[in-house]
Design a protein. Structure first.
Ligand SMILES: Cc1ncc(C[n+]2csc(CCOP(=O)(O)OP(=O)(O)O)c2C)c(N)n1
Lengths: 326, 282
């Protein structure tokens, strides 16, 4: 792992989907087992350049996600390496049994990409707004769950999915992310990245919540609260070592995710803490609610996912820590 | 048989549905335009005469029900409901805005007159079969209508529901397939061809017909005939054009979800309003 943290957190020029497409083109050039599947969202996912470069290795199956996952399993059984995409709700809850049994239980080698996570489903509304995708898939034994935060991390992680064997879920923003890492950064699957030092509390953040967490930490430093920020981009297997270390060194934890607090990052971190070093902890995430329609900034406020929401939880957990009430 | 006057009345109703839908999507600046335009005539026939409804009492149990399984056609459904008086026309402007009761995909808990929540393609087919069965069990003398997309027929669930509905002899269920030959990524035949949709439903035990999906008269007569069928569910395959009647969307490839500008909206509304005013022939 060799990480260069971006000096300025700006909207990236490269869309995440275009970084994803370019990465898959590189993988397909390197390895002729790589094939791409989609369920009528090939264009939405920006995969036209891949279709043009590898017309015989791109399969738009139509609107049939469950069939697509079963076909992906079969392709893997026959020696191919399928990358199957749909919107996150349809790539996970719509076809969970196919993913669980045909891919997972059958011990096959399949990559699943789910796009528009959480509030980023925006104008598509509640039916398309997955707050549960990672939570559902966390139940598949041995699955690897990744949530790349920007295009640099995305490209590096997708590259690393070529060699290892098993089922991978990549949770993907389609549009432009906020830049967190500089070009040339290298990541290690399963290892979290510390983005900011701090001694009073650690904020574990994933996806679009990473930049919110950094914003919160900056605001809190003015109040005299020193918040460490760690990007946990691998939900499974979770970085137990990092969680334990931060619990020990900062004594208070806040998690931040664009996902339900049930079964996502908050749950995964709480499980580790409960079994190792229980310290006061608070979760920022969607509180057992269905999605709704609207622009992302509205939805982030509506579901209490802003930097202010993080800061409020930090103040609370620091207060709990100092009053010795856990 | 439908009278000439009724045909004219429903054609005007269809025009108004188109106008309100384009206006609402234009107000927001983007939306699922193509698939909303292709279902306008069937909505006009259903809500303009065929369906037993009471806009003042959307929850009336004896009503006819509609499941718009291609939930992204919500904006066309909302315009239809508003024009029928389920809620004020002014509400159409709130499409997809924070806190709205009109989300991009149909939601039974938000919009007065919407009978089932849809948006995950395929699921409306089973829900409609369940509603039809439930209505029969309750002894209600009513019908359940179902609108499916052609791309949507690629979902296996549609065919599970088709088998089930035939097995249960749901003659109170009448489905429509909006066969506009396009889906999101392009033409249905290039992506995952459906072949002969009518023959497929027939082989699943359904009464099936095919009509011009933009002809009020043909849709009306097909629905009337389907209403007479006993012991079989019916499907009416509507041959339609994605984007129909919207000057900048009709007949082009990428018309599923469109970003629109003021000029486009002005021109397309202008053309439709001229027809409505009787200044030009449709
Ligand atoms: C289960 C599911 N998969 C994917 C989508 C995304 N999606 C929305 S509309 C659409 C295309 C629909 O095509 P069709 O049924 O032909 O409708 P139409 O062309 O009439 O709009 C897709 C893929 C979805 N809403 N649900």
């Amino acid at each position: 792992m060799r990480v260069i943290i971006a000096k300025e957190r700006v909207r990236e020029k490269t869309e995440m989907r275009s970084a994803y497409c370019s990465s898959l083109i590189r993988l397909a050039q390197k390895d002729d087992r790589v094939v791409v599947l989609d369920a009528d969202l090939m264009k939405s996912m920006g995969m036209v350049p891949f279709m043009e470069a590898f017309p015989d290795r791109a399969f738009d199956v139509g609107i049939q996600e469950a069939n697509m996952m079963g076909v992906a399993a079969g392709l893997s059984a026959a020696g191919m390496i399928p990358y199957a995409h749909s919107f996150a709700p349809f790539a996970t809850r719509r076809c969970f049994d196919q993913v669980f049994l045909s891919c997972g239980y059958a011990r096959l080698n399949v990559r699943i990409a789910g796009s528009d996570p959480g509030v980023t489903a925006a104008y598509n509304g509640g039916t398309h707004m997955p707050f549960e995708d990672m939570g559902i898939l966390r139940n598949v034994p041995d699955i690897t769950i990744l949530e790349p935060v920007d295009s640099v991390m995305l490209s590096n992680l997708v590259e690393q999915t070529l060699e290892p064997y098993g089922v991978f879920y990549i949770r993907l923003l389609r549009k432009n992310a906020v830049k967190i890492y500089e070009e040339g950064s290298k990541f290690q699957i399963g290892r979290a990245v510390q983005l900011r030092e701090g001694s009073d509390v650690t904020i574990f953040a994933t996806g679009i919540m990473v930049s919110e967490a950094l914003k919160a930490a900056e605001a809190l430093s003015a109040e005299g609260i020193s918040a460490r920020v760690v990007n946990i981009f691998t939900l499974k297997p979770i970085d137990r070592e990092m969680i334990e270390k931060c619990a020990e060194e900062t004594g208070a934890i806040v998690t931040a995710e664009n996902h339900s607090i049930i079964n996502g990052l908050g749950s995964a971190v709480a499980e580790v803490l409960a079994e190792t070093l229980p310290v006061p902890m608070e979760r920022v995430g969607v509180k057992d609610l269905f999605g709704e329609v609207g622009p992302v900034d509205y939805l982030m406020k509506r579901f209490e996912l802003t930097s202010e929401d993080i800061a409020a939880k930090v103040r609370r957990v620091v207060e709990r820590k100092s009053s010795g009430r856990d | 048989m439908i009278s000439k006057e009724k045909v004219r009345e429903l054609e005007r109703f269809a025009l108004k549905i188109r106008i309100e839908t384009i206006r609402a999507i234009g107000h927001l600046g983007f939306g699922h335009l193509g698939g909303a335009m292709s279902v306008v005539e069937v909505l006009a026939v259903l809500y303009g005469g065929v369906m037993k409804i009471d806009p003042a009492n959307p929850g009336w149990e004896g009503r006819d029900w509609l499941v718009c399984s291609k939930g992204h056609a919500g904006p066309a459904v909302y315009s239809t409901l508003a024009l029928k008086g389920y809620f004020p026309l002014s509400m159409l402007k709130t499409l997809n805005t924070p806190g709205t009761r009109l989300p991009s995909h149909c939601d039974k808990n938000l919009t007065p007159g919407v009978d089932m929540t849809t948006g995950s393609l395929g699921q409306g087919s089973s829900a409609a079969a369940g509603i039809a069965l439930g209505n029969r069990l309750k002894g209600r003398n009513n019908k359940t209508f179902l609108i499916l997309g052609d791309g949507e027929l690629q979902e296996g669930q549609v065919w599970e529901a088709a088998l089930f509905a035939a097995q249960q002899k749901l003659d109170n269920l009448i489905a429509f397939v909006d066969y506009n030959k396009q889906q999101l990524d392009g033409y249905v035949r290039d992506i995952n061809n459906l072949g002969d949709v009518r023959a497929k439903f027939e082989s699943f035990g359904w009464h099936a017909r095919e009509v011009d999906g933009h002809s009020i008269e043909q849709i009306w007569e097909a629905v009337e005939a389907a209403g007479e069928v006993k012991d079989q569910p019916s499907v009416i395959v509507l041959h339609t054009v994605k984007g129909k009647g919207c000057s900048f969307a009709e007949g082009i490839v990428d018309n599923h979800h469109m970003i629109v500008n003021e000029q486009q909206i002005k021109e397309s509304l202008g053309a439709l309003e001229e027809i409505l005013a009787g200044e030009v022939e449709a």
